[in-house]
Design a protein around this ligand. Structure first.
Ligand SMILES: Cc1cc2nc3c(=O)[nH]c(=O)nc-3n(C[C@H](O)[C@H](O)[C@H](O)COP(=O)(O)O)c2cc1C
Length: 157
């Protein structure tokens, strides 16, 4: 019998489009393996209930004042009633200057708290942007793509 399609979703927040680009590159990486599809959606464009339809759920947002962007925090608060136990989880952030991983660490704490039982694949990653509006630093799209590929491999395991 044919294996059912594995489905991933990336919920992102983005002001200037850089985090969106990272999300799209991850999605491309995820879709490299046959039998895996990925949806990319902004926080305001999805009903929180919908995330339980997916086998892998990723969250990504910019660092805003050393915190995950507020719209992402609000989304996670609204979504926390959704059961995601045993699903694959992934996180990423974008940052400028010396703030690599700062919002990411906080995002991980919030996701862990709101979604007990989600199984993170690795630590996620932090993509650098050159100044507030970007562009993304060199190589970050490739790192995002590779991260997606790892998620994909895990999904078809
Ligand atoms: C209100 C605001 C606050 C910010 N604060 C920080 C910060 O504390 N540390 C940091 O590294 N970047 C900070 N940034 C830069 C953002 O991380 C950067 O704009 C973002 O990564 C770009 O992603 P986007 O194009 O998806 O919006 C801030 C940006 C904004 C708009």
């Amino acid at each position: 019998m044919e294996e059912p399609m594995k489905r991933a979703i990336i919920v992102y927040e983005s002001v200037y489009g850089n985090t969106k680009k990272v999300a799209e590159a991850i999605a491309e990486g995820i879709q490299q393996l046959e039998g895996v599809e990925c949806r990319v959606v902004k926080t305001g464009e999805i009903h929180t209930d919908e995330i339980c339809d997916y086998d892998a759920i990723l969250f990504g947002c910019p660092n805003h004042n050393q915190e995950p962007a507020l719209n992402m925090i609000k989304f996670l608060e609204r979504a926390s009633i959704v059961h995601v136990k045993g699903k694959i989880g992934g996180i990423f952030d974008t940052y400028t200057g010396g703030n690599k991983g700062v919002a990411l660490t906080k995002l991980r704490t919030i996701v862990n708290e709101k979604f007990p039982g989600i199984e993170f694949l690795g630590n996620g990653f932090s993509a650098k942007v050159e100044g507030r509006k970007g562009p993304l630093a060199e190589n970050e799209v490739k790192v995002a793509w590779d991260f997606g590929k790892e998620i994909s491999k895990k999904l078809v395991e």
